[in-house]
Write a protein that binds this ligand. Structure first.
Ligand SMILES: [Zn+2]
Length: 117
């Protein structure tokens, strides 16, 4: 076993700072009643302040797709062109699919997005 191999399991489980709360573990939301400013546990990292790298990558991919399709293609159209369910595309864009399914869905979505003019 080389030192690099030895590092792999650790690298896979490495955590990175949550991109949404920047490690503060809390998120500010404006909710009822009267749109008061409220603080709650960050929904992205479940209040942990950081998240596994794989999860961070999913969120990054999801954000990238939202940005790429903004003003170009709607979610219904995208679902139709990829042959995916609207709910699947929506879950993807919230980074909520399992990692295997995530990569599969991402490949389909990117193929369609890259073919757009
Ligand atoms: Zn967070």
């Amino acid at each position: 076993m080389t030192p690099q191999d030895d590092m792999l399991p650790f690298a896979r489980e490495a955590h990175v700072t949550c991109p949404d709360c920047k490690g503060k573990k809390k998120t500010v939301m404006y909710g009822c009643p009267g749109f008061r400013r409220m603080e709650g546990a960050c929904l992205t990292c479940d209040g942990a302040g950081d998240l596994p790298e794989g999860r961070a990558k999913q969120l990054h991919d999801a954000r990238q797709v939202r940005e790429m399709r903004a003003g170009k293609i709607g979610i219904f159209q995208l679902a139709k062109r990829t042959g995916l369910l609207v709910s699947t595309v929506s879950e993807f864009e919230r980074g909520r699919l399992g990692i295997v399914r995530h990569d599969e869905v991402r490949a389909k979505i990117m193929a369609v997005l890259e073919s757009l003019p």
